[in-house]
Design a protein around this ligand. Structure first.
Ligand code: TXA
Ligand code: MG
Length: 337
């Protein structure tokens, strides 16, 4: 298939809307990562998303809306807590899971009785939703298992020739996927950390439970509350290991493994101390927002450098750091020394 690659002109957005109405696939920027969008209410179109990404079909998709009024038709009901979250954080990087309505086909919900909905703030994404006139199912626009795309080039690298259109809207602001919270269980539970932090959620909900799989590896055979969390995710081709402790310990671990020609994924200030090693930084140590913004691009760059073994600094779990840690620990297959 010939993929149209285009800037977000009015004509391109209009064409994107037509493609989606006809059951096609369009990659679009959002404030978190690029999404691969199809009509969320068309099971057949949604099926082709799984095919293009090579994604397991039991992993449900997030439904994107541009106006809050679109939400009520997609879910059984909207409880007060959900309303409060939407008022506080929509449009923005927050996904809310509720019991689904009949409108949502099983392809979109991965066979579950619930549906994840979010209203993105990115104006290009919102224009595409408006042009299509339907809610859009949109997972991250990467091949399944690869780091999520934060630039159009990442989408081109993974999906050129497999989808109808890629809209180039520049770099994504947040750089990691949205925060996912479920209200379809007794206690509001964080399933995936993201741009809306636990602290921000708690300012609205009181307390939020953090699902085990956010921080720890799931024991074999245990079912994840969020199916996406059971897969090794965000993985570069290299073998990644996270290193606890300070920069001195990091350097000594690198030296110990010199024979493996290890690459370092480090903070800006570490770079001058790592001469002699291939080193790539993913932001300043005290700036988790910058780390979130750079992380996936850094993981892809390590692949391009041909790195086989990567040692990475262990980010703090505070604020947006939790989202960075959650992605990095999955990239590492939970290997921490
Ligand atoms: O920021 C984002 O959320 C991006 C952009 C494109 O909007 N989208 C995204 O979608 O990250 P995806 O499909 O890569 O991740 C969706 C996550 C998966 O971990 C999935 O298992 C979980 O949300 N999820 C979706 N629906 C769910 C449901 N009904 N119950 C539990 N988890 C669900
Ligand atoms: Mg994804």
């Amino acid at each position: 298939m010939k993929t149209i690659i285009t800037p977000p002109t009015d004509e391109a957005i209009e064409r994107a809307g037509e493609i989606i109405k006809e059951g096609g696939l369009v990659a679009m920027p959002t404030e978190t990562v690029y999404g691969l969008a199809a009509n969320a209410l068309d099971g057949k179109a949604v099926k082709s998303i799984y095919a293009a990404k090579g994604r397991p079909s039991d992993n449900p998709l997030i439904v994107h809306i541009s106006k809050k009024e679109q939400w009520s038709a997609l879910v059984e009901q909207i409880p007060e807590e959900a309303e409060a979250l939407a008022n506080a954080f929509w449009p923005g990087p927050l996904t809310v899971i509720l019991k689904k309505s009949e409108l949502i086909p099983p392809e979109t919900s991965g066979g579950l009785e619930t549906v994840a909905v979010r209203m993105p703030s990115n104006s290009i994404a919102r224009r595409v939703i408006d042009a299509a006139g339907v809610p859009l199912a949109a997972p991250s626009a990467n091949l399944s298992g690869r780091p999520s795309p934060t630039r159009a080039q990442h989408v081109i690298d993974d999906l050129d020739g497999k989808i109808n259109m890629i809209i180039d809207g520049g770099e994504c602001e947040v750089g990691v996927e949205s925060t996912v919270v479920t209200l379809a269980v007794d206690e509001p539970t964080l399933l995936r950390p993201g741009g809306v932090t636990v602290e921000m959620l708690e300012s609205v909900l009181g307390t939020v439970k953090i699902a085990d799989a956010v921080i720890h590896e799931l024991p074999k055979g245990e079912t994840a509350a969020s199916p996406g969390m059971k897969y090794k995710h965000y993985a570069p081709k290299a073998e990644v290991t996270l290193v606890k402790g300070d920069i001195e310990r990091f350097i000594s671990i690198l030296k110990e493994h010199k024979g493996e020609k290890p690459a370092a994924l480090c903070y800006d200030d570490d770079l001058p101390l790592l001469s002699g090693f291939t080193a790539l930084s993913f932001g300043r140590e005290d700036d988790p927002a910058e780390q979130a913004n750079d992380l996936f691009n850094a993981l892809r760059e390590l692949d391009e450098l041909g790195a086989k073994t990567v040692y990475a600094r262990l980010p703090s779990l505070q604020g947006l750091g939790l989202a960075v840690y959650n992605r990095l620990v999955r990239a590492a297959g939970f290997k921490i020394v």
